[in-house]
Design a protein around this ligand. Structure first.
Ligand code: FES
Length: 155
């Protein structure tokens, strides 16, 4: 099977059987993202335990690329620390913007590199990733503020 066909199959598989679709009531991170080019939106919910992502869900509407990308993202970030998740976000975005990528680090996500040929669709592939990045940044910022406030209260 040609590599392009294999990649197409991976994308279709995640689109037709999305992994981790849904929401969580007790998520530690809840964030929404929108693709400005088409108006499609999705939400990502992340649960943390012992400093790692113990569960992640996504829900929303969008094209096959955005849905497959979100599904693959949830599979890949489960079990990672927030720093590791941010590193993966960086690697994925870098690949989508034309930089070389390593299959060892990105696994099935390599299937999305073909999207780079269609610049208008790159935002579809990165929609969930940009949202997750924003959610992680907001969580870490608010966490830092809580820690800083607690330390000034102790003084
Ligand atoms: Fe809307 Fe792809 S066309 S996310």
């Amino acid at each position: 099977m040609a590599l392009d066909d294999l990649y197409r199959e991976v994308i279709l598989d995640h689109y037709s059987r999305p992994r981790n679709k849904g929401t969580m009531d007790d998520a530690d991170i809840k964030v929404e993202g929108a693709n400005p080019l088409c108006g499609d939106e999705l939400s990502i919910h992340v649960k943390l335990a012992q400093g790692k992502i113990s569960d992640v869900k996504f829900v929303g509407r969008g094209c096959s690329i955005s849905q497959a990308s979100a599904s693959m993202m949830t599979e890949q970030i489960k079990g990672k620390t927030l720093s590791e998740a941010k590193a993966l976000i960086g690697q994925f975005k870098s690949m989508m913007h034309g930089h070389p990528a390593s299959e060892e680090e990105l696994g099935d996500l390599m299937a999305l590199q073909g999207v780079r040929k269609f610049p208008v669709r790159i935002k579809c592939a990165t929609l969930s990733w940009v949202a997750l990045e924003q959610g992680v940044d907001e969580f870490q910022d608010s966490h830092k503020k809580v820690v800083a406030k607690a330390s000034t209260e102790v003084e």
